[in-house]
Design a binder for this molecule. Structure first.
Ligand code: PEP
Ligand code: MG
Length: 315
């Protein structure tokens, strides 16, 4: 059943028939976090910790990191905050962990892979996150970027456990992780799909290259099939799967993601009201039907058209 859209966010995401979908914010520093809390975000689905240290030549100390993280966490007492460990490399080089000499940095030592060369940086960061978590009331979840194998997921979860961080998950932004979501989620507590990189790697199209925008499109049915595979892995292991890429901020695509089984959507705070409004006007059966139609499409344009047609609420 479709209802009229009203553009307000009351701090609770749900479909027209009451199926809950947590609507969370992507943040990069304490100022963003304050803005997200003011916008009514139900928590943080992606805290990009590397944004706190982009201008640094040296690794920030544990104390300083803990202070930065604490200032984000304290904005969300009693709420979930998903802290991502440093996603250095590719478009976000950090001199203390990345190698400037790589020919293909997007395919190189980035994200969790930096821990192979600099394991102590990850250890220090986890120590800082644990310290910040102890100092606030936030429900702290930790996740690693650029996980590609089951072993990486297992090792990351073990590292988190050593620091008393019990809710450890992985980002799914490499196609291999989407295809192995079942065994990965047998180890990890949750998955969060990064559709920006998942699209880049599924379509072999640089996410920063405007001339390839038609390929770098999360509506590409191949990308949606990887989202579906991830959700199937989550359902198999009874683990929650969220989305924290830009796709979550597209109201029509949010409907598709919910229909595929995603239980939280994390986005720029200014998108929360529109996404909430379209979900509130769409029941879960419609989300599922439109998700099927999008996944079965043969092009991104076709997927978009099928979903728009089924969502008169978009106007
Ligand atoms: C993504 O890849 O979709 C993501 C959320 O991470 P980032 O944009 O920081 O790479
Ligand atoms: Mg990413």
């Amino acid at each position: 059943e479709q209802r009229r859209v009203t553009r307000t966010f009351d701090g609770r995401g749900r479909t027209a028939d009451g199926h809950e979908v947590a609507l969370l914010a992507n943040v990069g520093d304490p100022d963003n976090a304050r803005a997200a809390a003011e916008a009514g975000a139900q928590g943080v689905g992606l805290f990009r910790t590397e944004f706190c240290f982009l201008d640094r030549a040296e690794e920030p100390g544990v104390e300083e990191q803990a202070e930065q993280y604490r200032r984000v966490l304290e904005q969300f007492p009693g709420k979930k905050v998903v802290v991502r460990t440093l996603d250095a490399g590719a478009d976000k080089p950090l001199p203390f962990v990345t190698d400037a000499e790589e020919a293909n940095p997007a395919l190189g030592v980035r994200g969790l892979r930096t821990a192979r060369k600099a394991p102590q940086v990850l250890e220090n960061q986890l120590a800082a996150i644990a310290r910040a978590a102890d100092a606030t009331e936030a429900d702290v979840w930790v996740m690693a970027p650029m996980v590609a194998t089951v072993t990486e997921a297992e090792d990351f979860v073990a590292a988190c456990e050593r620091h008393g961080l019990g809710t450890a998950g992985v980002m799914v932004e490499v196609p291999s992780a989407a295809l192995l979501a079942g065994p990965i989620l047998a180890r990890a507590a949750f998955a969060s799909i990064g559709t920006n990189d998942l699209t880049q790697y599924a379509m072999a199209a640089d996410r920063l290259l405007g001339s390839l925008a038609e390929l770098s499109d999360p509506w590409q049915p191949a990308v949606l099939r990887l989202v579906e595979a991830t959700c199937q892995g989550g359902a198999q292991q009874s683990r929650p799967v969220g989305v924290c890429g830009e796709a979550a901020a597209d109201p029509a695509l949010a409907v598709v993601l919910v229909g595929l089984g995603v239980s939280s959507l994390s986005m720029t705070p200014r998108a929360l009201a529109d996404v909430a409004a379209v979900l509130a006007a769409t029941d879960l059966a419609t989300c599922r039907r439109l998700a099927r139609a999008a996944v079965d499409a043969e092009s991104a344009a076709d997927a978009r058209a099928r979903v728009r047609e089924g969502l008169p609420v978009l106007g």
